[in-house]
Design a protein. Structure first.
Length: 336
């Protein structure tokens, strides 16, 4: 009986038939019926990598986009998305979530700011109090959450991040991070960093072996190309393949929906090093980032006090959709 049921499921749900990424991606009218589910799951709030695996508990909040219809067990690949310093955006994470669901890919959009409002509410406060390590903890907690859902294939989950979230997406590749946050052995199948500043280098260069796709614009002042090349080389040395795609003339956050304008302060001069025990130090001053005060001091000393340009670019979004889709198709197509 079980064999017959399995055969019927295979006939009803052909392997990898539902998640093929289209080009161009679905238009808004094609995703109007895709409604996300509000979900929550257990996470933690480590201030730095040194606190991974032993931080206070937090209840993570997210929105889950599922493809319409009924799905065979372990048939759906998934993407987890980590937002930027401005939070979850309708034009970005929520639009991508619905588009991916229409193409047969589950999408989990994590809001790392929402459960930590007692720590910070303003833009600057959030950057000082809600750290990349907390976003990292939410990412791996989201992976564990998806692994418990019967329709999700836990071996085909990609982590994608935007700007601030892209930094966490790249840090999540480090083996020392994965071992602390997912001792069970769960790992992401791939990582995608949208315009992520290249700030921290890990002394322990070992990675999980998953591939990385780095996307940024040639006119994005938050990106230091040389520093990104160094970090990409570190990851290659640690056993991951890295592909970097640079969009000519692109500035920061081409998919955020906002018009072109100057904003924020330049973070790209900052240089941090993460030791094997998770300790973070400023490479220039040797200050150890042990709490909000030292984080504030370190950032004050390295951030350049002038804005950078940010703005939507529909043409680059089409290109990044294509490149993101090709990466997902390649990763999801791998037979383990």
């Amino acid at each position: 009986m079980r064999a017959i049921l399995a055969l019927l499921l295979l006939l009803a749900f052909p392997a990898h038939a539902e998640w093929r990424i289209s080009d161009p991606w679905p238009a808004p009218a094609e995703t109007a019926d895709i409604k996300p589910l509000d979900v929550s799951f257990a996470s933690t709030s480590p201030f730095s990598p040194a606190d991974l695996g032993r931080a206070e508990p937090t209840t993570a909040q997210a929105r889950l986009f599922l493809p319409p219809g009924t799905h065979a067990p372990r048939s759906l690949p998934a993407v987890i998305m980590l937002h930027g310093s401005g939070g979850v955006l309708w034009a970005r994470e929520l639009t991508y979530g619905a588009q991916l669901a229409r193409m047969g890919v589950a999408a989990l959009v994590i809001d790392s700011f929402a459960p930590r409002r007692d720590r910070a509410t303003t833009f600057i406060e959030r950057l000082l109090e809600i750290t990349e390590s907390m976003v990292l903890a939410d990412a791996y907690a989201g992976l564990a959450f998806l692994a418990e859902r019967p329709e999700i294939d836990p071996g085909r989950v990609v982590l994608a991040g935007f700007s601030y979230g892209a930094m966490s997406t790249m840090y999540a590749m480090q083996k020392q991070v994965a071992e602390k946050l997912a001792p069970s052995g769960l790992r992401f199948a791939g990582h995608v960093a949208f315009y992520g500043p290249c700030i921290a280098r890990f002394e322990d260069k070992r990675t999980t072996g998953a591939p990385l796709l780095m996307l940024y614009g040639s006119s994005d002042e938050l990106i230091d190309p040389e520093r990104c090349r160094e970090i990409a080389d570190d990851m290659r040395a640690g056993s991951s393949s890295v592909e970097t795609i640079v969009y000519s003339g692109g500035v920061h956050q081409w998919d955020g929906g906002a018009p072109l304008r100057p904003i924020g302060r330049l973070l790209n001069p900052c240089r941090f090093v993460v030791a094997p025990d998770g300790t973070v130090r400023d490479d220039r001053t040797s200050l150890t980032m042990t709490g909000p005060l030292f984080r504030k001091i370190s950032l004050f000393l390295c951030v350049e006090n002038r804005p950078y340009m940010m703005g939507a670019d529909a043409e680059i979004r089409v290109l990044s959709n294509r490149d993101f889709g090709r990466f997902l198709t390649r990763v999801f197509s791998r037979q383990e």
